[in-house]
Ligand binder design. Structure first.
Ligand code: AMP
Length: 214
């Protein structure tokens, strides 16, 4: 199972990736998470990536392509969350997999309109300990200030989850998305999901689909 999740920031793909990872014991590679951990470690890549991320721009293709190539080589099953975001990245991924006689099995496309995304992103916070994602409008913790998953009360808001940066992130997504969809549609790989449906419904839909794909 080698799967790509495509969708705008805030469409819920990170949450679903996490749930599917658990159900199928499959690794999720989130390029955003990988970059954020590089920033936390103050690495060379992290220092370079930070300026792009804080302005809502894409980190250069070559940097991200190398990170992904290094991380997927030993995985025979994975979900890619947030990659590829450009045609250059899609081609790099294709080539890395082809070199190992492998290919993508499916591209899941989460469809949502921009208005709802702004509310989802600007209300988003996550548990610092286990990364569970919440939202102050749509998905609060069950007990005030306590993570449902791990009980921690240490939460954080991403620096790039603000209205101004989000506008730029959505602009870039809208510029690139049709090209990516066309790229994968040529090989009949796209499975579309209505990202406005509730979390449980989307999860069941994905499980039904992936069980047939296996
Ligand atoms: P995300 O967590 O997927 O929303 O990503 C947060 C930020 O990390 C993005 O706004 C980009 O600046 C950067 N980033 C993540 N994935 C990529 C990628 N595939 N290509 C370029 N930049 C990326």
């Amino acid at each position: 199972m080698k799967i790509i999740f495509l969708g705008a920031p805030g469409c819920g793909k990170g949450t679903q990736a996490r749930k599917l990872s658990e159900k199928y014991s499959i690794k999720t590679l989130s390029t955003g998470d990988l970059l954020r951990s590089e920033i936390k470690n103050n690495s060379k890549i992290g220092i370079e990536a930070q300026k792009y991320i804080e302005q809502g721009n894409l980190v250069p293709d070559q940097v991200i392509n190398n990170i992904v190539a290094n991380n997927i080589l030993n995985l025979d099953r994975f979900i890619l969350d947030g990659y590829p975001r450009t045609i250059d990245q899609a081609e790099s991924l294709n080539n890395v997999l082809l070199d190992h006689n492998q290919k993508i099995d499916s591209v899941i496309y989460f469809i949502a309109n921009n208005d709802i995304l702004i509310k989802r992103i600007c209300g988003r916070f996550s548990c610092k300990n286990c990364n569970a994602i919440y939202n102050k409008y749509f998905k609060k913790t069950k007990k005030d200030n306590i993570c449902d998953q791990c009980g921690s009360s240490d939460f954080e808001v991403r620096k790039d989850d603000n209205e101004e940066t989000l506008k730029q992130r959505l602009k870039i997504f809208n510029d690139q998305n049709d090209k990516l969809i066309n790229y994968y549609q040529k090989n009949n790989l796209i499975y579309s999901i209505d990202a406005l449906k509730n979390e449980g419904f989307i999860f069941e839909n994905l499980v039904n689909y992936l069980d047939k794909l296996n």
